[in-house]
Design a protein around this ligand. Structure first.
Ligand SMILES: [Zn+2]
Length: 157
């Protein structure tokens, strides 16, 4: 049961990469905290239906699917056993929070992943952006995306 992990800053194309793994028999899951859409929405405009939840479904609900895709995985309090939900599981989420700390449990999946894809966004200076910088005092990472920008190491400091 190979697990693929997609990590990166905001605006790095994680959802776009995630949806490339869709098959004809795929369950797509997104966290309830992502209020931008009822499903999964990419920054380049693609929007697909997804199951919105705050707790991951268990094997009894996913066993009929060959692929399970999970977006915004950093918001789930537990990702235990996620690699067993389907023959192919792809999990996407933030590589860290705006203080470069682990966000949720997603980094705990690295030892279980057959493949880790690390994506970068574009920094305003033109370099690849691997980090998320907070512009104000707001702490919600999804609903106020305009309060956060992806930046390179130099622009972060
Ligand atoms: Zn920069």
């Amino acid at each position: 049961m190979p697990l693929t992990l997609i990590l990166g800053a905001m605006y790095s194309g994680k959802s776009t990469e995630l949806l490339k793994h869709r098959t004809d028999n795929t369950l797509i899951i997104n966290h309830k905290f992502d209020t931008r859409t009822t499903g999964v929405k990419t920054h380049d405009g693609l929007e697909v239906e997804a199951q919105k939840c705050s707790v991951l479904p268990d094997l009894s609900e996913t066993s009929s699917y060959d692929t399970v895709l999970i977006d915004e995985a950093q918001f789930f309090a537990s990702l235990d056993g996620v690699e067993k939900l389907a023959p192919n599981v792809v999990v996407a989420g933030l590589n860290g929070d705006y203080m470069q700390r682990p966000f949720g449990k997603i980094l705990d999946l690295i030892p279980k992943a057959a493949k880790v894809i690390f994506l970068t966004a574009n920094c305003k200076c033109g370099k690849p952006a691997s980090f998320t910088k907070r512009l104000s005092g707001i702490t919600d990472l999804v609903s106020v995306n305009s309060e956060y920008i992806p930046v390179c190491w130099e622009c972060l400091h």
